[in-house]
Write a protein that binds this ligand. Structure first.
Ligand SMILES: [Zn+2]
Length: 318
């Protein structure tokens, strides 16, 4: 019945750039849950239906892709991303599954040999629970990075470890005053151990994220590539207006250059949101802006989440 209906339609003059056929497509549409094929023009799906029905969009230049019966779904949407931070991590040392302080040190030592002298080692995404909970200190890595600044983040983004070279460049030492909404962890002599929490992280982050335009493009492309490889085609970026990350501006530049291949819903921290002129941000189907994010406290792993009682391993801190 359906085939008859379609074949009786007049030939569609709107030919597709691409037709994917012989697929098992899940549409998410209540009225047409599955389909065999779909037709694409530009960045839109023209139509979806049977292999036969999509033939009407076939023009002389239409690329035909045989999906060989494979299952296809609409792209996934990640509802809470830190886009530029993630791209930065993808291009940097991987510490997420470092299982011991020795491995932590070794990975940083190995990575430092792969980059030029001026480039900072950042990213990391370490997790101290992988090796029993001892917090890392700058002296774990100073020996392998005497002249190279290192600022590696805990996986939750609420704490970082800086080595002595980085602390020196940032001018952070025992005389540095504590920062409201953050903490500089110090040893018994008042000397920073290299660990900085929440707002205190900005002492370092404001320096390392003075990225060039080229670097920002590389970072957003690295994040986009990783997302697409995992089926994610749209994201909500929680730091779209962060002046250090400049995610919105970078996405806008890539979109203009026709190089943006994920859809981004840009969000802003309350503080950033208050500072911008909303009229400067245009919305279209590739980059939208509007979400606002507020913080109440920090995170469990960084011991900055707010509690009624003291942390069992950090008396005096709740
Ligand atoms: Zn977040």
């Amino acid at each position: 019945m359906l085939l008859t209906l379609f074949s009786s339609c007049s030939k569609n003059t709107n030919s597709a750039d691409t037709i994917v056929f012989n697929a098992n497509v899940w549409t998410g549409d209540e009225n047409q849950k599955t389909a065999q094929a779909f037709a694409i023009k530009g960045d839109e799906i023209l139509d979806i239906g049977t292999d036969e029905a999509m033939q009407q969009y076939k023009g002389s230049n239409t690329k035909m892709i045989d999906a060989e019966g494979k299952f296809i779904t609409p792209g996934f949407i990640d509802a809470h991303m830190h886009l530029m931070r993630s791209g930065e991590m993808l291009l940097n040392v991987q510490l997420r599954d470092a299982k011991s302080p020795e491995e932590f040190t070794q990975r940083i030592a190995d990575f430092s040999k792969t980059i030029d002298a001026e480039t900072w080692i950042t990213g990391g995404s370490w997790d101290q629970t992988q090796w029993g909970g001892e917090m890392p200190r700058k002296d774990w890595i100073d020996g392998v990075t005497p002249n190279k600044p290192v600022v590696v983040m805990r996986m939750d983004g609420h704490m970082l470890l800086a080595n002595s070279a980085a602390l020196k460049i940032a001018g952070v030492d025992k005389n540095t005053a504590d920062i409201a909404g953050g903490e500089i962890i110090r040893d018994a002599n008042g000397e920073p151990t290299g660990l900085l929490k929440d707002n205190a992280m900005n002492l370092l982050l404001d320096i390392i994220r003075a990225w060039s335009e080229k670097r920002k493009h590389e970072i957003l492309k690295a994040a986009s590539q990783h997302l697409l490889e995992n089926g994610v085609t749209s994201v909500t970026d929680m730091e779209g207006l962060n002046p250090s990350f400049q995610s919105y501006e970078t996405a806008d530049q890539l979109r203009t250059a026709n190089e943006l291949n994920i859809r981004i819903y840009e969000g802003a921290a309350l503080g950033d949101f208050a500072k911008v002129n909303k009229a400067d941000y245009k919305n279209d189907k590739w980059v939208k802006f509007g979400l606002v994010k507020g913080f109440v406290d920090g995170s469990l792993g960084s011991r900055t989440a707010a509690f009624k009682y003291d942390y069992s391993d950090a008396p005096g801190n709740k």
